[in-house]
Design a binder for this molecule. Sequence first.
Ligand code: HEC
Length: 105
Amino acid sequence: MLIKKLSIFLLFILIPLSAFAEQQESPEALGLINALGCKACHNLAGEGGSLAPTLDKIGSRKTAKQIEQHLVDHLKPNPDAFMPSYNTTSKKELKQISDYLYNLQ
Ligand code: HEC
């Protein structure tokens, strides 16, 4: 009984903490998005170009994995796409970007 109460108590502490940790990551992901020039083509939070679909609600259309795949592999199904492939960007950075974008729902 005590264990059950304790774990419920822990959940109430850990869930807000993890949300806080995610928010802490965002500025870094946003820095990468700015540094890699995504906004030359994409609009994000009212900033950027209109050559490509807006990234604002991308998380409601694609999973984090699909976003990550798009960044490195989209030229395979669509060789004429003019979005560059980010296959030289590190796995860690690609994951940061796609997790961040996925959370925009
Ligand atoms: C030179 C212009 C250009 C740049 C720079 C660019 N994109 Fe794109 N992006 C496009 C275009 C055009 C499309 C739509 C056609 C396609 O899917 O390739 C697109 C599609 C996407 C999609 C899929 C959108 C959807 O609605 O399914 C994602 C996700 C994406 N881009 C993310 C990024 C990120 C993140 C960056 C920066 C790391 C970036 N793009 C840089 C032009 C660009």
